[in-house]
Design a protein around this ligand. Structure first.
Ligand code: 3PG
Length: 310
């Protein structure tokens, strides 16, 4: 029987990317359903009921959503981080979960640098700012996005360090990046730290005063990863104690923290209005099409390469 594939994106892809995703699904002889810019869980619960597979972005796929799905065999997160999906419940229901690692990495890396330049130039206030060339950059985690950030950083003439206990020394060397032995050492040596840590039970609230207070003078942290990895109370504490520290994020913190950042530390902080690291035409196409192709590969050829809940 023909499969039904749902593309559910609360934050939609570009129209061109969406149309190409739909074309791949239809090209495989499947039925394509599109649910974009939806509000609340209701429409998703309804749309996923008869889907065999779903493509999502940061859409919350929790036990309730999985419970509403009667035939679901596969969810593909068109992107890197899959903390929005209850992978354990999916596994218990025999639903495979995949991501599309690396497909939006360059888009995120470019945004990180856009924000770094914006802050280094005093939010374009016309006063004397500073350059990135010759400065030290620490990558906290060295996956696909960390590697893309390293590539851009080299173009800026930065000296790049990285800390990632899961990466082999030769992988750092191949990227021309100097590995350091601990997160503490990374924060101590880096004028700029770029976060690429996934949100897991272990990493939640893991970046707080202990690490942030190690930053050298003028230390700047750019977060294009996840809000959960930051200990927000301690971030506010460090910003109050150290007038030189700066924080930039593509992921809004809690409303209370966002209000405090704006009120007390506006000149030294910047938060994008909507998370937009992966919001480029190219990243939409790369991640969306990869997701659609992975679904076809899974059903037609039993391909399991990107399953994250084996
Ligand atoms: C990711 O994990 O791939 C990024 O955070 C992008 O998320 P988005 O697709 O929700 O923009």
């Amino acid at each position: 029987m023909s499969k039904t594939v749902l593309l559910a994106t609360e934050k939609p892809f570009s129209a061109a990317a969406r149309d190409e995703v739909v074309a791949i699904i239809k090209g495989a002889g499947y039925t394509a359903r599109v649910l974009e810019s939806y509000k609340g869980k209701g429409p998703l619960l309804e749309a996923i009921a008869d889907a065999d597979a779903a493509i999502v972005r940061s859409d919350i796929i929790d036990a309730e959503v999985l419970g509403a799905a009667k035939k679901l065999a596969l969810v593909v997160r068109a992107g890197a981080g899959y903390d929005n999906i209850d992978t354990a419940t999916a596994k218990s229901k025999n639903i495979a979960v995949m991501n599309t690692p690396g497909q939006n990495a360059n888009a995120v890396a470019e945004l990180a640098f856009g924000m770094l330049v914006y802050l280094a130039r005093g939010k374009f206030d016309g006063k004397t700012g500073s350059e990135l060339r010759g400065k030290t950059l620490g990558l906290h985690a060295f996956g696909a996005v960390g590697r893309a950030v390293a590539t851009v950083a080299k173009g800026f003439g930065m000296q790049v360090f990285a800390y990632d206990p899961f990466v082999k020394p030769e992988q750092f060397q191949a990227a021309g990046v100097e590995p350091v032995g601990s997160a503490e050492e990374l924060y101590k040596r880096s004028q700029y730290v770029s976060l690429h840590v996934p949100a897991t039970a272990e990493t939640k609230n893991s970046i707080g005063k202990k690490l942030l207070s190690l930053l050298p003078k003028g230390g700047t942290v750019v977060n294009t990863a996840r809000k959960e990895i930051i200990n927000e109370a301690e971030l506010l504490e460090v910003l109050a104690e150290r007038q030189d520290i700066r924080y930039i994020s593509d992921i809004a913190p809690s409303d209370a923290t966002a209000a405090a950042l704006k009120e007390k530390f506006d000149k030294r902080t910047f938060i994008t209005a909507v998370k937009q690291g992966a919001q480029t035409e190219e990243a939409n196409v790369n991640a969306g099409l990869a997701a659609a192709r992975q679904i076809v590969g899974f059903f037609e050829r039993g391909e399991k390469q990107f399953i994250v809940n084996p």
